[in-house]
Design a protein around this ligand. Structure first.
Ligand code: PSU
Ligand code: MN
Length: 307
């Protein structure tokens, strides 16, 4: 069962534990986004700004990562800064947690590992950029993110702008259905495409308010269902990356990854880095805007859950 307190395996920061115990709003944030998703030195600014944004909403931020082997819910500013600067930090998904603990590694936690740790600490809302999912060619490569299977049994609300643009969105939405993971759009039935407002795929439900999300969350808990609720929050159209241009860049990114034989957990960081360089950082600005929007909405949902 979830406990807000630290135990031998997980460290929960005092402030986070107190907020969870007191029923005050808390939003979890992942660390892979700044250890592997964004280039230095912008990564640290983005991580710090996300926490500041939540605090200004009256919400306690809990940035989650692995520090010196310890899965930590509520990394200190010094820890976030140190993980942002250290090139040797691992990308830690759920299966990596015990290895990282035993070998005392530093790790940026993926959506899977972050959701798991947040839930263990009693946190109900988690904001990120884009989720992992099914990669193109997965029918032969078997490259499907562990984010999906983990979210199938982690009762939390995850705010994202859809799945990463580099993925096979249609296949990923099918997998969410198979895994009984509900997907609801925030004020839209168009599934967002991370850098763009519309991935081209429709979803069945849209909600209009954070209160509706909170109601879905409570209904899920009453039913003792364990899947995460995926709240899909699109970037505003006037801030999105030009869709036609994105299609071209994505094809080039995939071709490069294939040519260089990139696979496994390196695929996502490689593709994101390629896209950022190919667009002279313009995609990076969109990426940051996407994240800001999701952090703010996560804060609103966390507030609604306390009412
Ligand atoms: N989306 C981004 N940037 C990222 C990720 C997602 O825009 O860095 C990270 C998240 O941490 C996600 C992980 O959980 O990539 C998925 O990686 P994989 O496909 O290897 O499971
Ligand atoms: Mn993978």
């Amino acid at each position: 069962m979830s406990s807000a307190r630290s135990n031998a395996a997980i460290h929960v920061a005092e402030e986070v534990a107190a907020a969870v115990a007191g029923g005050r709003p808390v939003v979890a944030l992942e660390s892979t986004i700044f250890t592997h998703g964004l280039p230095r030195p912008r990564n640290l600014d983005v991580a710090v700004e996300a926490e500041d944004r939540l605090r200004s909403q009256g919400v306690v931020p809990a940035t989650i990562g692995v520090f010196d082997g310890v899965p930590t819910v509520g990394l200190s500013h010094e820890q976030i800064s140190s993980l942002s600067h250290d090139g040797g930090v691992r990308k830690v998904s759920l299966r990596d947690l015990p290895v990282a603990a035993a070998l005392q590694l530093h790790g940026g936690t993926t959506v899977a590992a972050t959701a798991f740790l947040a839930h263990r600490a009693g946190i109900k809302v988690f904001s990120t950029g884009g989720l992992g999912g099914v990669h193109h060619g997965a029918a032969t490569s078997f490259d499907e993110s562990a984010d999906m299977t983990t979210l199938a049994r982690t009762p939390i609300v995850v705010v994202s702008a859809g799945v990463k643009s580099v993925l096979d969105v249609a296949a990923t939405l099918e997998r969410f259905e198979t895994l009984n993971i509900p997907v609801v759009g925030y004020r839209t039935k168009k599934y967002p495409g991370f850098y763009v407002a519309d991935s081209g795929f429709e979803i069945e439900y849209a909600v209009e308010t954070p209160e509706e999300v909170a109601a879905i969350c409570r209904a899920r808990d009453d039913l003792r269902l364990e899947a995460a609720i995926l709240l899909a929050n699109p970037i505003a159209e006037d801030k999105q990356f030009p869709p036609a241009e994105l299609d071209v860049v994505l094809s080039r990114a995939w071709a490069q990854a294939e040519e260089k034989g990139i696979n496994g957990k390196d695929t996502t960081p490689f593709l994101l880095d390629f896209i950022q360089r190919a667009t002279n950082g313009r995609s990076l600005n969109v990426n940051v805007d996407v994240y800001r929007g999701n952090v703010a909405l996560g804060g609103e949902v966390a507030m609604a859950l306390t009412r």
